[in-house]
Design a protein around this ligand. Structure first.
Ligand SMILES: Cc1cc2nc3c(=O)[nH]c(=O)nc-3n(C[C@H](O)[C@H](O)[C@H](O)COP(=O)(O)OP(=O)(O)OC[C@H]3O[C@@H](n4cnc5c(N)ncnc54)[C@H](O)[C@@H]3O)c2cc1C
Length: 389
């Protein structure tokens, strides 16, 4: 047996060991993927695409995806183990694969006919996808969204506006939630569509965020034709589809983030400890603790998701811990490198990177569901505390 080949029947430990052996054997090829730079999303995607392709060609990111969509089968936990090994070895786990971890399970379950072509393309890095749920007047209260989908021949015409759509300006497809029911049909009148962002009537306008990057976009839809074959799940059942997806946004994605955060902290200590002032141990301790708490929770979650279990409101715990870890970690870097993040100019790339990470971490209490709402879900639905409203 090839010790460096991905094996869907191996133990987790064997997979980790095999992935490490593969990385050692491919050190030279992997070297360009060791560092992040303060660059635009488009450039970052293009730079890490070859890594996605390399992982695909040698099978590592195909572990745990069904054979029907080009995967090797087995449990997704194998793939999560590989993601963590890559991060721990100091390589950048391609950001775009995080979006694949969120969207592909939904395509596999609710639209296998679309998954056959799109999942391999997404995993390989040939396609980027986005999520089009939030609107100017519908975020936490998603069920009030107003983008309309009106039947037209063999399909639908979509009209409305989406915002905060991550990766949309570099994406070719969006899973987009629209109203097929009456205006007051609430969550019962929603349908999920797979929308071609290059189709006639679609306009994507990038939004500049506080981290100096356009990570999200607005999507304007003007009578965009979407064939009925691009309905994900059933007409009027979009709420169940988006709730299914949210488990992966708050769970599987959290796992990828904790691995990345752990690796960033380790790099900070290894390469910059001589800059740290007094009290560094406590600051670092808090940061590692926040990341490890997320790891412990996300480890259980990815196991449950791999078994196909529905996590319900418990998934909000992962989201709360993920936001806490992101903010504690970046605040630790700010304090440990003080005053570099505040004062260094853009030529100091390391400070610039952490400055961007710090700014983006402020947003982690909003995307994937506002933290106050997640805390309410934990309080009311898990702990049974009285409703505040
Ligand atoms: C960087 C980033 C990336 C994103 N990516 C995507 C994406 O890819 N696709 C997508 O569809 N959306 C995306 N979003 C949107 C995100 O999901 C929404 O911003 C989020 O759900 C909050 O909605 P809102 O902005 O409308 O704020 P609101 O819902 O208006 O909330 C404003 C404030 O009111 C509080 N609040 C609202 N309702 C309650 C309540 N019931 N109880 C207690 N407090 C409440 C909130 O906690 C928040 O502090 C992204 C957002 C950001 C910032």
């Amino acid at each position: 047996m090839d010790v460096m080949a991905p094996d869907p029947h191996a133990t987790w430990d064997h997979t980790a060991e095999a992935a490490r052996a593969w990385m050692t054997a491919h050190q030279v090829d992997l070297e360009p993927f060791r560092h992040e730079y303060p660059e635009a999303l488009d450039d970052e995607y293009e730079r890490f695409r070859p890594l996605q392709r390399m992982l695909w060609d040698d099978g590592w990111n195909r572990l745990g995806w069904p054979v029907e969509v080009g995967g090797l089968g087995g449990s997704p936990v194998h793939r999560y183990v590989v993601a963590e090994e890559l991060s721990h070895a100091g390589y950048v786990y391609p950001h775009i694969l995080g979006a694949v971890e969120i969207i592909a399970p939904m395509l596999n379950r609710f639209a296998p006919h679309l998954a056959v072509d799109h999942v391999p393309a997404g995993v390989r890095g040939d396609e980027v996808w986005s999520q089009g749920f939030s609107e100017p007047d519908a975020g936490s209260d998603l069920a009030s969204l107003r983008t309309k989908a009106v039947p037209d021949g063999d399909g639908f015409r979509l009209t409305g506006q989406k915002m905060w759509s991550s990766n949309a300006h570099i994406a070719s497809w969006s899973c987009l939630l629209a109203r097929t029911g009456d205006a007051d049909s609430g969550y019962r009148g929603l349908t999920m569509f797979w929308v071609d962002l290059k189709a006639e009537g679609v306009r994507v306008v990038p939004t500049l965020l506080g981290n100096d990057r356009c990570d999200t976009s607005e999507i304007f839809l003007d009578e965009v034709y979407v064939p009925a074959s691009h309905v994900i799940g059933e007409v009027g059942k979009g709420w169940a589809v988006v709730m299914y997806l949210m488990q992966f946004e708050r769970g599987a994605y959290a796992w990828c983030r904790q691995a990345d955060m752990h690796s960033l902290l380790t790099e900070l200590v290894q390469d910059h400890a001589d800059e740290f002032g007094p009290g560094a141990d406590g600051v670092l301790g808090d940061a590692y603790l926040a990341v490890l708490a997320l790891r412990a929770q996300a480890r259980d979650t990815i196991g449950e998701l791999a078994l196909g279990n529905d996590l319900g409101p418990a998934i909000s715990i992962d989201k709360v811990l993920m936001s806490a870890a992101e903010q504690t970690m970046t605040e630790a870097a700010r304090r440990l490198l003080y005053p570099r993040l505040e004062l260094a100019g853009p030529a100091d790339e390391y400070a610039e990177l952490w400055r961007r990470r710090w700014a983006y971490s402020r947003i982690t209490t909003i995307y994937g569901g506002a933290i106050e709402v997640q805390r309410d879900l934990v309080a009311e639905r898990l702990l049974g505390l009285p409703r505040a409203r």
